[in-house]
Design a protein around this ligand. Structure first.
Ligand SMILES: [Zn+2]
Length: 246
C-alpha cells in the first residue's frame, strides 16, 4: 500500500533540507570508510570506499507534487578481510524511507568450511551433498518451506544410507539409534527436527527463520558427528604422542 505523506511532514522535510544546504567552501570531507556488512566476516565491519557514485532526480505524482530520490552506489573493500563488494543506498522522499541493497546479497547463514572439503565429500552420502547446498540457498532466499523439506530429506537420507530403509521415519530412526549413530538423548532432538519437516509438507506449517537456523545447527552437529569428527580424529591420533609403556 502506498503511504500518502501528509503536507506538514513534507513541509518539515523541505525546510530541514534548506537549513542543511551545504555552503560552498565549507564542504565536509568525503568519508573514507563506512560501516557495512561483510559476507566473509559475517559481521558489520569497517569498509574502505574504493568508489562512490551519486545519482539523484525527481519524479512527479499527479495531485501530490514533485518528489526527490537519490541513490549512492558504493564499491567497498572490507578493512578486516579485503573482500570487495558493492552496496546501494536508496532514499525516497515520497515514502520518507531509506533502503540498502548488497551485491553479492547479504549472506544470512554462512556455510561451514568443512562442507566444501574433499574429506567431507568423500565420506558423506552422495545424495546428501547437493541437498545440503540447496538448503543454504533456500535459507538465504528465505524459502522457509524448501529449507525445512531439504533438512528432512537430508536426515532421511542419512538414516537410510547408514542403516537401510526400514519402511517409516520412526523405524528408520529406531534403527539409526540402535546402530549407535545417535544416542537415546539425541533421538527426541532429531524427531523434533523431522516433525517440523512433516508439518511443513503436510500441515501448511511455516516455520520462522530463527527456528530454521536452529534446525540447521542440529543438522550441522549431526553431520559433524557422523562424517567430520571421525576424519579429524584420524589426523589427531597420528600426531598425538603415545604413552610410554612402563
Ligand atoms: Zn570482511
Amino acid at each position: 500500500m502506498t503511504h500518502r505523506p501528509d503536507s506538514s511532514s513534507l513541509l518539515h522535510l523541505r525546510r530541514y533540507q534548506k537549513m542543511t544546504t551545504i555552503v560552498p567552501g565549507l564542504m565536509p570531507k568525503k568519508p573514507q570508510q563506512i560501516k557495512s556488512y561483510c559476507n566473509s566476516c559475517v559481521a558489520e565491519t569497517n569498509h574502505k570506499i574504493l568508489h562512490l557514485h551519486n545519482a539523484s532526480g525527481t519524479y512527479e505524482i499527479v495531485d501530490y507534487g514533485e518528489f526527490e530520490w537519490s541513490t549512492k552506489y558504493y564499491l567497498l573493500k572490507c578493512a578486516g578481510c579485503d573482500a570487495v563488494s558493492m552496496r546501494e543506498d536508496n532514499w525516497d522522499e515520497l515514502h520518507e524511507q531509506e533502503s540498502t541493497k548488497y551485491l553479492p546479497a547479504r549472506i544470512f547463514r554462512k556455510k561451514p568450511e568443512w562442507i566444501g572439503t574433499q574429506e567431507f565429500s568423500l565420506v558423506c552420502p552422495n545424495d546428501v551433498l547437493p541437498l545440503l547446498h540447496e538448503t543454504y540457498v533456500a535459507l538465504q532466499s528465505n524459502c522457509v518451506h524448501s529449507t525445512a523439506m531439504c533438512i528432512r530429506a537430508i536426515i532421511e537420507n542419512l538414516m537410510t544410507s547408514t542403516v537401510g530403509d526400514k519402511g517409516s521415519f520412526s523405524k528408520n530412526l529406531g534403527a539409526f539409534e540402535a546402530a549407535g549413530y545417535i544416542s537415546a538423548k539425541q533421538r527426541p532432538i532429531i524427531e523434533g527436527v523431522l516433525e517440523v519437516g512433516h508439518a511443513t509438507i503436510h500441515r501448511q506449517h511455516r516455520p520462522k527463520r530463527e527456528q530454521l537456523v536452529m534446525l540447521i545447527d542440529i543438522l550441522e552437529t549431526l553431520l559433524q558427528l557422523l562424517y567430520v569428527h571421525p576424519e579429524q580424529l584420524k589426523d589427531l591420533r597420528k600426531t598425538t604422542p603415545k604413552r610410554a609403556r612402563p
